[in-house]
Design a protein around this ligand. Structure first.
Ligand code: SAM
Length: 479
C-alpha cells in the first residue's frame, strides 16, 4: 500500500455518482493505493515474442502474459538486478526490443488493430511519448503512413527519440494542436487514434500526486478540449474509417460525454463499435454503450477508457483549409539512386528499401510508400527517416538507417557483447580482439537487434552514435 497516495474527498464523492453498481468503492480506493505491476510490450519491429521469452529466461526474468495483448507481459526481475540496474539501462531496453508500457495503455491500439492492418493512412493525434505510436507502427509492420502529432515541443522530442529507438520507419511527425486535422487533412485517414489529453484520474497508482490538482471544473474544461479534438478527428477520418478515443481518466465528463458529443454532432454517420469481445474477459469492463471503462481494480491495472467508432458516411466540413508554402523535398535523381542501391547491396546485401528516396539539400530521406497523398497537406516536423548525407563520393549513412533497416542486412553486421555495448552507448569506440581487413560501415546489434552504425578500423570499430544519444551511466551490467 502506498500511504502517500493523495485521494481528495471531493474526488471520492464524485466517483460515487458514477461508480457502476457491480463495483465497490472500498475496492476502488484500495486498488488506487496499491503499487502498479510493471509491464512491457515486445517491439515486434525488432524482436519476436518467442525470442524475447528466450532472452528473459536467460536473465531469470519472470513474465506473466497480459490477456489482451499478445506482445504484452507483466515483468518481475531478480531482486538484486532490480536494486542495481534500472530497466531502462538493460540491453533488452536499449536495443529497442521492448517498451515499458502500462498494461491497460496497450488497449487503445489493440481496439484499432483490425482496421490498422487494412489501413494505409493512420493518425495518432496526441502521440507523445509514443508508446501507442510505436505499438501502431508494429501493428502496421512499418508499412503505410503513420502521422504522429504532438502539441508540446519538449514532448515531441521524446516522441522522436522513442521512434528512433524502436526502429519505426513509416512515421511522419507533426507539431500542431490536433484541432487543425479536420480542416487541413479532411477525410484523409483510414484509422485514427485520439489518446486524448485528460485529467489522468486513472494514473494514481503510478503517480501518488496525480489527483493533487483535481477539480470538477478542471474536468469540464479538459472535456471542452477533448470534444474539439474528437470532432476534428472525425472530420479527418475517411468514410468507412475507424476512430478510437481513449483517456487514462475515469470521469464520464471526459469519457462518455465526449463520445455523446460526437454521436450528437454526427448522428447519421457515426456507429459505435462494441469492444465487449476485444479479448476474453473484456465484458467485465464493457459499458452499456460498448465502451471499455477499465477501473484500477478490474484487471489490477491503471484506469482507462476506450471507445471505438466507425464513420459510416462522408460529413461536410465547410472550413477545409489548404496549406501554403512550398514542399522542401524533391525526388532523389535516378542515377544516384541506382548507385546508392548498388552500394547498399554490396555493403549490406540489401537490394531495395520500401518507400521513396527524397532529397533536401545534402540530406537523403526515405519517405514511406504512399506519402504523396498526404505530403503537402500540413507542414511536418519530420517525414520518414533520414537515411544519410550526400557527399561527392556517395552517401554517408545515418544512425536511423541502421535502427530501421539493420535487420535486413546480411553482410557487415557485428553483434556487440554487453561490455562492448556499454562502451558504444557511452560514446566510446569498440575494441576488437582480432584485427579485421574490412572497411566501410558496419551495423551493430545487441540481443540480435540493430542499434546503430560503426566504421571498421582495423583493431576497432569507430563509434558513430549521434552525440545526443550518448549516455553517461553504467549500462547493462552492474557490480
Ligand atoms: N498517446 C501517448 C502515448 O501513448 O504515449 C500519450 C498521450 S497523452 C495522454 C496526451 C498528449 O496530448 C500529451 O503528450 C499532450 O502534450 C498532448 N496534447 C495536449 N493537448 C493537445 C492538443 N490540443 N493537440 C494535440 N496534442 C495535445
Amino acid at each position: 500500500m502506498d500511504a502517500n497516495t493523495y485521494i481528495p474527498d471531493a474526488f471520492i464523492d464524485d466517483v460515487k455518482t458514477y461508480l457502476p453498481e457491480h463495483l465497490h468503492l472500498d475496492d476502488f480506493i484500495a486498488a488506487c493505493k496499491k503499487p502498479l505491476r510493471r509491464s512491457v510490450r515486445v517491439n515486434t519491429l525488432k524482436m519476436s515474442v518467442a525470442e524475447f521469452k528466450q532472452h528473459c529466461a536467460q536473465r531469470d526474468w519472470q513474465l506473466t502474459a497480459i490477456p489482451w495483448c499478445d506482445e504484452g507481459f507483466w515483468l518481475t526481475r531478480p531482486a538484486q538486478e532490480e536494486a542495481n540496474l534500472a530497466l531502462g539501462n538493460t540491453d533488452l531496453h536499449l536495443s529497442g526490443a521492448m517498451y515499458v508500457q502500462e498494461a491497460s495503455s496497450m488497449l487503445p491500439p489493440l481496439a484499432l488493430k483490425e482496421s490498422v492492418s487494412n489501413s494505409t493512412y493512420v493518425l495518432d493525434m496526441a502521440a507523445a511519448p509514443g508508446s501507442k505510436t510505436s505499438q501502431l507502427a508494429a501493428l502496421m509492420n512499418n508499412q503505410g503512413v503513420l502521422v504522429a502529432n504532438e502539441l508540446s515541443s519538449s514532448r515531441l522530442k521524446v516522441l522522436a527519440a522513442t521512434l528512433k529507438r524502436m526502429g519505426v520507419g513509416n512515421c511522419a511527425l507533426s507539431h500542431f494542436d490536433g484541432v487543425i486535422f479536420g480542416d487541413y487533412m479532411y477525410e484523409c485517414f483510414d484509422s485514427i487514434l485520439l489518446d486524448a489529453p485528460c485529467s489522468g484520474e486513472g494514473t494514481v497508482r503510478k503517480d501518488p500526486d496525480a489527483l493533487k490538482n483535481w477539480s470538477i471544473s478542471s474536468n469540464i474544461s479538459i472535456a471542452e478540449v477533448q470534444k474539439a479534438l474528437i470532432k476534428s478527428a472525425f472530420y479527418a477520418l475517411k468514410p468507412g474509417g475507424s476512430l478510437v478515443y481513449s483517456t487514462c481518466t475515469l470521469t464520464p465528463l471526459e469519457n462518455q460525454q465526449v463520445c455523446d458529443s460526437l454521436l450528437n454532432t454526427f448522428p447519421d454517420c457515426t456507429e459505435t463499435v462494441s469492444l465487449a469481445s476485444l479479448f476474453p474477459g473484456a465484458e467485465r469492463a464493457t459499458t452499456a454503450q460498448g465502451y471499455l471503462h477499465v477501473w484500477p481494480q478490474t484487471y489490477d491495472s491503471e484506469g482507462f477508457f476506450i471507445a471505438k467508432f466507425t464513420k459510416t458516411g462522408s460529413v461536410d466540413n465547410p472550413n477545409q483549409k489548404v496549406k501554403k508554402g512550398a514542399f522542401p523535398f524533391q525526388p532523389f535523381d535516378k542515377k544516384p539512386s541506382q548507385a546508392f542501391y548498388a552500394e547498399l547491396k554490396k555493403q549490406f546485401g540489401i537490394a531495395a528499401l520500401n518507400g521513396s528516396l527524397m532529397q533536401r539539400d545534402k540530406e537523403l530521406w526515405l519517405f514511406p510508400a504512399g506519402f504523396t497523398e498526404v505530403a503537402d497537406k500540413i507542414k511536418y516536423a519530420r517525414l520518414g527517416i533520414q537515411l544519410g548525407t550526400i557527399h561527392n563520393h556517395g552517401i554517408r549513412l545515418s544512425h536511423e538507417f541502421a535502427t530501421v533497416f539493420g535487420k535486413y542486412c546480411s553482410n557487415n553486421c557485428f553483434a556487440l557483447s554487453a561490455e562492448q555495448a556499454n562502451d558504444y552507448f557511452n560514446g566510446k569506440d569498440i575494441r576488437l580482439t582480432t584485427p579485421v581487413n574490412v572497411t566501410g560501415e558496419v551495423v551493430l546489434t545487441l540481443c540480435g537487434c540493430p542499434i546503430g552504425l560503426g566504421k571498421w578500423q582495423k583493431s576497432k570499430i569507430k563509434n558513430s552514435l549521434p552525440r545526443d544519444l550518448v549516455q553517461n551511466s553504467p549500462l547493462i551490467t552492474w557490480g
